[in-house]
Design a binder for this molecule. Structure first.
Ligand SMILES: Nc1ncnc2c1ncn2[C@@H]1O[C@H](COP(=O)(O)OP(=O)(O)OP(=O)(O)O)[C@@H](O)[C@H]1O
Ligand SMILES: [Mg+2]
Length: 505
């Protein structure tokens, strides 16, 4: 086997030959050029007995990172630390250990069954000048494997499958769970472009610390565990391996906390999708394609994220017309056109991503929506099959209170528990408010007594369900009244406009 020096020597000889050929070829007629080109390739193959395989990070339209590249990256990060001379360092899974991996444009050797191989981490940068705080999107990375052609079969059939398999296993081992968010980065060409950025996922919530009825908790845990073990089942019934959860209920009832508990239970990454920051349906598709397996896609407050309901309602045309008229008026006054940067994700685009053909990409994943107003959502968005499980998170019950008392005060029984149980039957307080009352205010010893007393006081002052329902009805009536008045006003203005037009005619 050649050593590194002779390998480099051979490389430079070939480079010189190629240069010579490039200079000479312009003096040949094309028939001769074809002839020589054929023999030139044969000649190079004859004297250069090595095979090179390239594994680019992205291929085609850069839609999805190559799985082979990711696996090789993990494999090499494990094997390179002793061999490479230039390394990059990153904090590892438990945040106190550095993981070293091969730097860009660095070469290392590996050995398999006595055969020597070379791995080269290649990075080419675009010549385009961009001003950005983020890594250049046009950098092209790849790994190149070089080996002697006599080992072709062994490398293809044994070594590469082993590298991929070991790489995947290492990736799972070293995996540090992440919380992703879609933020926009400046891009010279497209002006705005979306990428996922991430931080380590460190939310400590678990189902144990979650305040809710024990039967409901158990049912959700069982459902999640069953889902995570059902790869074959989903394949058998011909369904993508995904499950939709809709969490709904008043503010502070634990929807976001439950998402964290679900992610911690299943050991999933969380992709917090901010729909309003997504440019259009194809940007959404691209984002979702870059979500890996074992992930949760979360859209919080889906009713506020987009006007997903309004698009289908009658009267939409009227609204659009009004909008257009307003725009025209603004333009006449010299104002810049609005909505240039507006989010154009549509309901059908979102539905398509949730369970269209694209939804099968990426494997095991949960899609979770949260809302305070389930009644505002389009039925198509939350129908069973799309959002398979609807979970209502309600006001704090006695069982939930007991969990919170144990979490916050470390008490499992207390003389005040009975009166709290009675009060919780009629008063409607969110777990967030209960938790706030149970939070020790200082470090004195009788904190449990004080906190429970303060909770009893707060519960007595809190409104009962009937009062709350009555209040909501009044609010709704008020809203309706405001709406009707607004509509009347718009109509009056329109009628006035029409009259003026007619008079003019
Ligand atoms: N069921 C619960 N179990 C334990 N803690 C809870 C629960 N509900 C709320 N909390 C506490 O209250 C805080 C707020 O809860 P959370 O953010 O999960 O509510 P939410 O339902 O997502 O509210 P919103 O609808 O306003 O987003 C949390 O930090 C958590 O400490
Ligand atoms: Mg929330």
């Amino acid at each position: 086997m050649m050593n590194s020096d002779s390998f480099a020597g051979l490389g430079s000889t070939i480079a010189s030959l190629m240069l010579l050929w490039a200079v000479c070829r312009q003096y040949f007629p094309y028939q001769l050029e074809n002839y020589f080109s054929k023999y030139y390739t044969k000649f190079i193959t004859l004297i250069y007995p090595y095979i090179e395989i390239s594994f680019p990070e992205y291929s085609g339209q850069r839609l999805k990172r190559s799985e082979a590249y990711t696996a090789i990256e993990s494999y090499l990060s494990n094997t390179t630390s002793e061999r490479a001379k230039r390394l990059k360092a990153e904090i590892g899974h438990d945040s106190d250990k550095l993981i070293l991996s091969m730097a860009e444009n660095e070469e290392i050797t590996d050995e398999f069954c006595g055969v020597k191989l070379w791995w080269f981490s290649n990075k080419t940068s675009s010549d385009r000048q961009t001003i950005s705080f983020y890594p250049n999107d046009d950098d092209k990375r790849s790994y190149r494997l070089t080996f002697h052609r006599r080992h072709r079969t062994m490398i293809n059939e044994s070594y590469l499958p082993l590298v991929i398999q070991q790489g995947k296993a290492i990736a799972v081992q070293m995996r540090k769970r992440k919380l992703y968010t879609n933020s926009s980065t400046f891009d010279y060409n497209e002006f705005r472009k979306l990428v996922w950025s991430h931080v380590p996922f460190e939310h400590p919530a678990t189902f144990e610390t979650l305040a809710m009825e024990p039967e409901m908790k158990l049912e959700i845990i069982q459902d999640l565990m069953k889902f995570s073990k059902s790869k074959e089942y989903y394949a058998k019934i011909g369904k993508p391996w995904k499950r939709g959860y809709l969490l709904y209920g008043p503010p502070g009832t634990g929807k976001s906390t439950m998402i964290a508990a679900m992610a911690n239970l299943l050991d999933y990454d969380v992709y917090d999708l901010e729909l309003t920051a997504v440019k259009d349906n194809s940007a959404l598709r691209k984002l979702l394609l870059n979500i890996t397996s074992k992930s949760m896609i979360v859209i919080e407050d889906i009713d506020c994220s987009l006007d997903l309901t309004g698009k289908r309602k009658a009267g939409e045309n009227q609204q659009e017309e009004n909008k257009e008229e307003e725009e025209k008026k603004k333009a006449a006054m010299g104002a810049p056109p609005a909505g240039k940067d507006e989010c154009k994700v549509t309901l059908s685009g979102l539905l398509n991503c949730i369970d269209g053909l694209w939804s099968a990409c990426g494997g095991e994943k949960l899609i979770v929506f949260t809302t305070n107003h389930i009644e505002k959502l389009d039925p198509a968005l939350i129908r069973r099959g799309r959002m398979d499980k609807h979970i209502e998170l309600g006001y704090c019950g006695y069982e939930g209170f007991k969990v919170l008392a144990k979490n916050y005060l470390g008490v499992e029984s207390h003389p005040l528990f009975d009166s709290i149980q009675e009060l919780l039957k009629e008063k409607k307080m969110s777990p967030a408010d209960v938790a706030e009352n149970l939070m020790p205010k200082n470090e004195s010893e009788d904190q449990a007594d004080l906190c429970l007393q303060s909770l009893v006081k707060a519960l007595k002052e809190c409104k009962s369900e009937n009062e709350k329902v009555g209040e909501e009805e009044v609010k709704e009536e008020e809203n309706m009244e405001v709406k009707t008045n607004e509509e009347k006003l718009v109509n009056d203005v329109k009628v006035g406009d029409d009259d003026a037009k007619e008079n003019k005619d």
